[in-house]
Design a protein around this ligand. Structure first.
Ligand code: DC
Length: 221
């Protein structure tokens, strides 16, 4: 079974996807971290992220392996646990640049399909239900008001002792949304048959319960 969970940053999709996977005892794959890995590796090699050719070359040669661990999941990039550094804001900005390249998307999409082939996976991202697995058994699209998503991001950064301004963060969230929804390839949008969940006024547990309830209530096919 393949469960696709898409949505913008701050919609709660990664936390929800991780918990749904744990509940169902499925594998969890966070595809955003794959794009982050490409940006990180390219920068490490001193490659300008505007250099599409060389960035694609990095993506092509990258060995990516998700490893479940008690404290959460790690992504091994060429054998090295890169998970902590991949969460950096700077790496995230780089990921947005490389994720807009068709060559990079084709490579990552192929890797994601390969991972999905072994089945029983919850995969989160922006284009899982539309492009990667249009035939997924379940497709969820999580969304929330930009102001609420900005507030979540603000609290997350404050929790890491970073000095941040709420209004600035909300503006950044809106800007990133605009870029993700309007890019020419694999834009962020719900699949036609996705189940839409507005998480603005919901706690994470409520969203997890709603998603798991729908899946478990469905008759076996
Ligand atoms: O979810 P995230 O912030 O880790 O994603 C990092 C970047 O990668 C973000 O700009 C969106 C992009 N991305 C994508 O284009 N397609 C995916 N399936 C996952 C992430």
């Amino acid at each position: 079974m393949i469960i696709a969970i898409d949505g913008p940053a701050g919609s709660g999709k990664s936390t929800v996807a991780r918990q749904v996977a744990a509940k169902l005892r499925f594998r969890y794959i966070e595809t955003g971290s794959m794009y982050r890995a490409v940006a990180w590796k390219a920068r490490q090699r001193g490659i300008d992220l505007g250099d599409r050719e060389r960035v694609a070359e990095v993506a092509r040669g990258l060995d990516l392996e998700f490893v479940p661990r008690p404290e959460g999941q790690s992504l091994l990039v060429d054998g090295e646990n890169a998970s902590p550094v991949l969460k950096d804001e700077e790496v995230g900005r780089g990921a947005a640049v490389v994720a807009a390249y068709k060559e990079v998307r084709d490579i990552m999409t192929a890797k994601q399909r390969e991972i999905g082939r072994s089945g029983n996976v919850v995969m989160d991202g922006r284009d899982i239900g539309t492009i990667v697995f249009p035939e997924a058994d379940w497709k969820f699209f999580l969304d929330a008001d930009p102001a609420e998503r900005g507030r979540r991001r603000y609290l997350e950064l404050k929790g890491k002792n970073q000095v941040v301004d709420l209004d600035v963060i909300v503006e950044q969230v809106k800007q990133r949304d605009h870029e993700d929804r309007n890019r020419p390839i694999a834009p962020l949008r719900p699949a036609r048959d996705a189940i839409l969940v507005d998480t603005t006024h919901l706690r994470i547990e409520e969203v997890v319960d709603e998603v798991a309830r729908r899946i478990q209530a469905a008759p076996a096919s």
